[in-house]
Design a protein around this ligand. Structure first.
Ligand SMILES: [Zn+2]
Length: 109
């Protein structure tokens, strides 16, 4: 009788560890896949997959795709370009965005 309970306990233990290992393996596989995607897409056009090239427009460094002609901007590049081109919808839009952020800050302070 004692052996049956021991076997049952062992079976539950085995199932627990098998499930845990499967979960860890799936997480590892997911992380590896994400890393591979990041490596394959690094400095590649998200639209056509061509390798992007460094370019410059009005003194602002940009990334340009030779395949589809797409232009990729860094986080502050769009704002810098907008500031160089006053009184356009571009600059107006950024001014409104900054005003909205500043108003939010005033309300939370
Ligand atoms: Zn492209």
């Amino acid at each position: 009788m004692k052996d049956i309970w021991n076997e049952r306990e062992k079976a539950f233990e085995n199932k627990y560890f098998r499930d845990l290992e499967q979960k860890q393996l799936a997480e590892l596989k997911q992380a590896l896949q994400e890393e591979q995607i990041r490596q394959l897409c690094h400095n590649r056009c998200p639209k056509c997959g061509e390798a992007i090239e460094a370019a410059e427009f009005r003194g602002v460094p940009l990334d340009r795709c030779p395949g589809c002609g797409g232009i990729w901007l860094g986080p502050r590049d769009l704002k810098i370009l907008a500031e160089k081109d006053h009184r356009t919808w571009f600059d107006t839009w950024f001014a409104q965005e900054e005003q909205a952020v500043s108003n939010e800050r005033d309300l939370t302070a």
